[in-house]
Design a binder for this molecule. Structure first.
Ligand code: HEM
Length: 302
């Protein structure tokens, strides 16, 4: 299949939203490729009042492209030497809806299921929201070290121009369940040591003040002189029984996710584990690929 690649899915970079929804699916074994294509094409056409990002797991992308080989690897589980777990729950399809109008988001969700139910089984749903000034529920600003201007965001998030998957983006999605009372039981100064930034103003700790097991220290990585940047769009979620963060990262290379997760779980040479793992644990984990708009149009052609 020859695919023209240019424009990214615009929802990746739209930042005005206040309400978010991630839905993950497994493809039904009885669904034909043609039915899957038609359902997704209809979805794109109908849900035009909200931002929508579509990502495919490795198996579904391989089927849609007709490729003989796997295009990228599934998410693999991890375990730290202290017993922290990162389970793998790889799914076939990732949909990310977002809007600054809860009405539009609700209408999109109502329209969704009749279109998808013939071809997909829903396995995860997570409703997120913008919490205060882009804070995680721990109270720390999340996204401070994200690239600032659109060009830098695109450079971190999108596969480079010369590559066959150009304009697309690899996605890491994980549901993290926080132990908020345990975290908030720590003094503010202790919380800042766990994260590696100040709580009020999100100023990075510097020099000896930055612990080597802080979250920022474990995730601010450079490999072969290349900063392992990504563009994070994580969303807090909360109900009376569970609170946490749907970690959502977009990257130009899948290997950046692996490198950061290995670093957090102490699976690198220094063996140091991210202290944040003592206060929050992932209960899901998948990789997907969000093709460029042009590649997506080709993949969904009946
Ligand atoms: C419970 C889950 C998580 C929470 C609450 C969390 C929260 C935070 C906070 C508060 C910061 C500092 C401010 C900022 O730059 O955004 C940060 C930085 C960062 N986090 Fe996380 N994070 C979580 C999981 C992850 C995961 C799973 C990854 C990647 C696999 C990751 C990658 C990063 C990166 C790349 C930075 C910026 C490091 C730098 O260059 O300074 N985070 N995170």
């Amino acid at each position: 299949m020859r695919i023209k690649m240019t424009r990214p899915q615009s929802g990746i970079f739209a930042e005005q939203s206040t309400a978010f929804e991630v839905i993950e699916y497994r493809a039904k074994t009885c669904a034909t490729l043609q039915q899957i294509r038609m359902a997704l094409a209809e979805l794109k056409q109908q849900l035009d009042t909200i931002e929508l990002v579509i990502g495919f797991g490795p198996k579904l992308l391989q089927t849609l492209t007709g490729s003989n080989e796997t295009i990228f690897d599934e998410y693999t589980p991890r375990q730290s030497s202290h017993g922290h777990q990162a389970p793998a729950t790889q799914t076939d399809l990732f949909l990310w809806f977002h809007s600054n109008d809860q009405n539009n988001l609700a209408e999109a969700l109502i329209a969704l299921q009749p279109i998808m139910e013939k071809v997909m089984t829903m396995t995860q749903q997570c409703s997120g929201f913008k919490y205060r000034d882009n804070r995680d529920l721990t109270g720390f600003v999340d996204g401070s070290a994200n690239p600032k201007d659109l060009a830098a965001k695109q450079q971190a998030a999108l596969v480079a121009a010369e590559h066959p998957l150009s304009g697309g983006s690899f996605i890491l999605g994980q549901i993290w369940q926080h132990q908020l009372s345990k975290f908030h039981h720590q003094s503010i100064s202790e919380q800042e040591q766990i994260i590696g930034r100040t709580k009020a103003d999100s100023i990075e700790l510097s020099g000896k003040a930055m612990p080597n097991n802080s979250h920022v220290n474990r995730t601010d990585l450079t490999i072969d002189e290349v900063a392992q940047k990504m563009y994070r769009r994580s969303m807090p979620f909360a109900n009376a029984s569970q609170q946490g963060l749907y970690f959502l990262g977009f990257s130009c290379q899948l290997s950046r996710f692996d490198a950061l997760l290995d670093s957090m779980y102490g699976l690198t040479d220094d063996g140091i584990t991210d202290r944040l793992l003592d206060f929050s644990q992932p209960v899901s984990g998948s990789y997907w690929f969000a093709p460029s708009e042009d590649m997506l149009a080709t993949l969904l052609q009946s």
